[in-house]
Design a binder for this molecule. Sequence first.
Ligand code: DX5
Ligand code: ZN
Length: 216
Amino acid sequence: MKPLIAPSILAANFNSLGEDIRVINHSEADFVHCDVMDGVFVPNISFGIPVVSHVKKIAEKPLDVHLMIVEPDKFIDDFARAGADYLTVHYETCPHLHRTVNHIKENGVKASVCLNPHTPVAVLEDIIAELDMVLLMSVNPGFGGQKFIPNTYKKVTQLRNMIDKTGSDCLIEVDGGVNFDTGKKLIEAGTDVLVAGSFVFNADDPAGTIHQLKNL
Ligand code: DX5
Ligand code: ZN
């Protein structure tokens, strides 16, 4: 099975974001990964609802919206209206995770939960059957271009076992420091979706890089 590829527009050229979205449209990418940061949960601010709704107008692939924000429940309806196809919330920001997951689904959006590098996959045991996707951070969230944390491979294997036991079709996505080397090992460990920001958009040929990630 080929992996799904989700280029992160955090590394795109914001002076010509539309052009970079069109590059994704004409590539073999499967999703457009949108990194929303609030400067509170993570030490950086990126973009929010208006940018996501403009991306939606030209993107021909589903939007995979990664919310690195505190109190995500306040904004789920807005991001759904803006056109999110998948909404990912962080486990670390959701004291009532079951309620938040249902809130996402009530909007007709696929529900995904993200774990920071230090959060064990076991915390998802009692909700995994209800999730459409789990996002494992392989760097500390907040910035593109960071070094991959190798402990992630073990977490992918553990999560793969947990999902296979439930018989669900929940996807495993990994985000941070993905390149040809880490990407290949992640696929071998059972990853379904590779997020790649700087590796794609800093390349001379982003569409070619997406093609190569798809065919590792
Ligand atoms: C990090 C973001 C990532 C980021 C990945 O906080 O969630 O999606 O864009 O960037 P790279 O692929 O450059 O590590
Ligand atoms: Zn992300």
